[in-house]
Design a protein around this ligand. Structure first.
Ligand code: IP8
Length: 244
């Protein structure tokens, strides 16, 4: 089973609110459409220019929540709009894609720990669907609703569904060293601490340091790569940086 995250900044135009990067999105869905229809694949996409500006407008982050239903609807609605665009393009290419909206199923406890049920996703996979999740809001005990990033969903899905492989399709070709070269393999955070920063550096919003730490904690082998390498990853290759 493969979990693939399409970065929000890959498939949207991050500089313009609620605008797709049409060409990049087409390229990404073409690659997904090339996957053998028997293969089990879960897709998660981020927000990019959808969701993030609504969230910051309303002062909502992964830790600061809102109790205002209007704000919640604006943020969740933006993410659902993007999810609709992604799904439509996948369906146009005969990918059996169906939506899963985390706001309806997941929650955080008072410590911020995420619970994401996956029985429905497992059943969708068994029935031949490709579940497509997205960064979203989640109900958060004591906070109202807070943001859950696509990266956090990927980590939860990969361990719960015992994924064999995890791919993060990003705007960069991998984790870069000080000379902008792709680091091929990371087995411990200390390997990259000098380029990504110490473990005390604050990075709750999905920067590269947070991604690497989350991927190191997984059983599955994970790859971080750019859009040009998505076909290779989906064909079983290990482009970009492998985190194991
Ligand atoms: O782009 C963000 O998801 P991400 C979701 O994966 C919202 O961090 C609602 C801003």
């Amino acid at each position: 089973m493969v979990v693939l995250k399409l970065g929000g900044s890959v498939v949207t135009d991050k500089d313009r609110p609620e605008t797709l990067d049409g060409e990049a999105l087409e390229r990404a869905v073409d690659a997904v459409a090339g996957v053998d229809s028997d293969a089990e694949l879960v897709v998660v996409h981020g927000g990019g220019s959808f969701g993030h500006h609504n969230a910051s407008e309303h002062g909502v982050s992964t830790t600061e929540g809102t109790h205002d239903a209007g704000a919640a609807l604006a943020i969740h609605g933006a993410m659902k709009t993007l999810n609709g665009f992604v799904l439509r393009r996948l369906l146009e290419r005969d990918v059996n894609a169906v939506p899963v909206h985390p706001f309806s199923v997941a929650h955080r406890d008072r410590t911020g720990e995420l619970t994401l049920p996956t029985g429905q996703i497992r059943t969708m996979l068994e029935e031949g669907f490709v579940p497509v999740l997205h960064g979203d809001l989640v109900a958060h005990a004591g906070e109202g609703a807070t943001v859950v990033s696509g990266d956090e969903l990927v980590a939860g899905l990969a361990s719960d569904l015992e994924a064999d492989r995890v791919g993060l399709c990003s705007t960069v070709p991998g984790v870069l060293d000080g000379d902008e070269r792709v680091i091929e393999r990371i087995v411990a955070y200390e390997d990259v601490e000098s380029v990504l920063g110490g473990s005390e550096s604050t990075d709750v919003t999905g920067g590269m340091a947070a991604k690497v730490r989350a991927l190191l904690a997984l059983e599955a082998s994970a790859s971080i790569f750019g859009l040009e390498d998505l076909d290779e990853f989906l064909a079983g290759g290990e482009p970009g940086t492998t985190v194991e």
